[in-house]
Design a protein around this ligand. Structure first.
Ligand code: HEM
Length: 459
């Protein structure tokens, strides 16, 4: 299906409205400019760079990022920005338009994708946002998440069994490929409630979109694959709805009901919410699982204590703080106003750095220490304010299920390579590959403890 190019509406940002204005180029480059040189400042281990920025102040102008953006670095500043109605969530135009030539087939595809994304609740403000959020909330209610727990446990069990069956105990396996990628994809597919869709197809849509979102500058090919994946998924959802091929308690069924009640305005709006889940819930959880296991295996004595399920719970929160899968989010000023003594102008792009906020020493004692016993509220990894992650409870349940079972089955799990490669996407932080040995301590090569070594960004 070609996305409906006629999709319009309150959420649809035009190309023009998202263009960075020329006058922004005349702003004096802030001290962040040096740090923002290169592809983007988030590659590799970004935390030393965040610290340098925070020491200089809560807001910085980064001229090289997305055509120019204000970076927010502190916990309080990020949290306040995410609740500030002067900062709009509508921001998809520049996101997909920047690199495609006018008139090119790639631009046509980007335009179609942008129009679809622009209707997703992540990218809309009042009054559409609270309307969509309340329509979605039903599927994310605590009772539903709890009811999914047994299914998630079953999926975790199946993946572990599959690895044990296919990979000899003495060989290594890529945890990202065999576990961290398929698990969130299967969970979201169950969550949506598409009965007839097999996991392979769902995973191929997820990966098609992930490669596009994960690229610093998506190629024409990545754009085509992402577009085609979304089109195939939209087609399939349409087909499931028409054929009534849906689980009654799945998200799509509850959105169909919401549409019947007028809380969802159209089929396109419904599709946009489903497609959003594919990128909001898949990449993020995949990276959480990968980095969580990576950090737990870095130090002797971190892994086995997780056999105590209560520790899994606190550890997951601290791991989310320590290495947030989503490093920043974006907003646009919807009026001129002052923020931390800086005059923002309407249309300015603001990036609240979640990864930096989570390491702010003004908020966390010994913020640069991973402390799995830290008594911790929720870090800013799930955002804050009206757009706070609606999938947080599902994510925590999934991560707790996965880590709890992995440590129970494989108490001797170890890394099989020193410096696994990190992805290079600016938005996400996660591992591209994580080779592990599951065997007993006598099997597989011993990996010396890494102290103070920044993970490499290249294989
Ligand atoms: C480690 C896992 C996850 C992380 C770190 C994460 C992070 C975030 C963040 C930071 C936001 C707020 C963005 C903003 O304010 O601009 C957000 C929103 C959202 N997340 Fe998640 N997320 C995760 C998992 C999930 C899952 C599993 C789902 C769904 C199945 C999900 C669905 C959403 C949705 C729909 C929104 C938009 C909420 C709104 O606009 O009201 N997320 N997430």
């Amino acid at each position: 299906m070609e996305f409906d190019a006629t999709i319009q509406g309150d959420g649809a940002e035009t190309e023009k409205s998202s263009t960075i204005r020329d006058d922004m180029q005349t702003r004096p480059p802030a001290t962040a400019a040096a740090i923002a040189r290169g592809n983007h400042p988030f590659h590799g281990d970004p935390y030393a760079r965040y610290q340098a920025l925070r020491l200089q102040g809560p807001i910085h102008w980064a001229p090289d990022l997305f055509g120019g953006a204000w970076l927010l670095t502190t916990f309080d500043g990020v949290q306040a920005a995410l609740k500030d109605p002067r900062l709009s969530a509508q921001r998809t135009g520049g996101w997909v338009m920047r690199h495609a030539l006018r008139g090119s087939p790639e631009r046509k595809r980007l335009t179609a994708m942008q129009r679809l994304f622009a209707r997703a609740m992540l990218f809309v403000d009042k009054p559409a946002h609270p309307r969509l959020r309340s329509a979605m909330q039903h599927a994310f209610r605590p009772a539903r998440i709890e009811a999914l727990r047994a299914q998630v446990a079953g999926l975790v069990h199946d993946l572990i069994e599959d690895i044990e069956r296919r990979v000899p105990a003495t060989a290594s396996f890529d945890f990202i490929e065999r576990f961290a990628t398929p698990l969130p994809s299967r969970v979201i597919s169950r969550f949506l409630g598409m009965r007839a869709v097999d996991d392979t197809r769902f995973l191929s849509w997820s990966s098609g979109l992930a490669a596009f979102l994960g690229a610093v500058e998506p190629t024409a090919d990545e754009t085509r694959v992402a577009h085609d994946s979304l089109a195939a998924m939209s087609d399939e959802i349409d087909r499931c709805i028409r054929a009534g091929d849906l689980e009654e308690d799945g998200l799509i069924a509850s959105l169909v009901e919401a549409q019947a009640q007028g809380r969802i305005e159209s089929r396109e709006e419904l599709l946009a919410q489903c497609v959003m889940l594919l990128f909001a819930g898949h990449e993020t959880t995949r990276h959480l699982l990968g980095t969580a296991v990576y950090w737990l295996l870095q130090e002797p004595g971190r892994w086995r204590p997780l056999e105590d399920r209560a520790r899994v719970r606190t550890s997951v929160r601290e791991l989310l703080r320590w290495d947030s899968p989503v490093q920043f989010t974006g907003r646009r000023a919807n009026c001129d106003f002052d923020l931390f003594g800086v005059a923002l102008r309407r249309g300015d792009l603001v990036l609240p750095l979640l990864g930096s906020a989570n390491r702010d020493p003004a908020r966390y004692e010994a913020a640069n220490r991973l402390d799995l016993d830290r008594p911790l509220g929720m870090p800013l990894s799930f955002g804050s304010g009206p757009h706070v992650c609606i999938g947080a409870a599902l994510t925590l349940m999934e991560a707790e299920c996965a880590l709890g079972e992995l440590v129970r089955r494989w108490p001797d799990l170890r890394m099989a390579e020193h410096s696994p490669p990190w992805i290079e996407a600016p938005l996400y932080r996660g591992l591209r590959r994580l080779e592990l040995h599951r065997g007993t301590s006598s099997e597989g090569p011993a990996i010396p403890r890494l102290v103070g070594t920044a993970p490499s960004t290249k294989p």
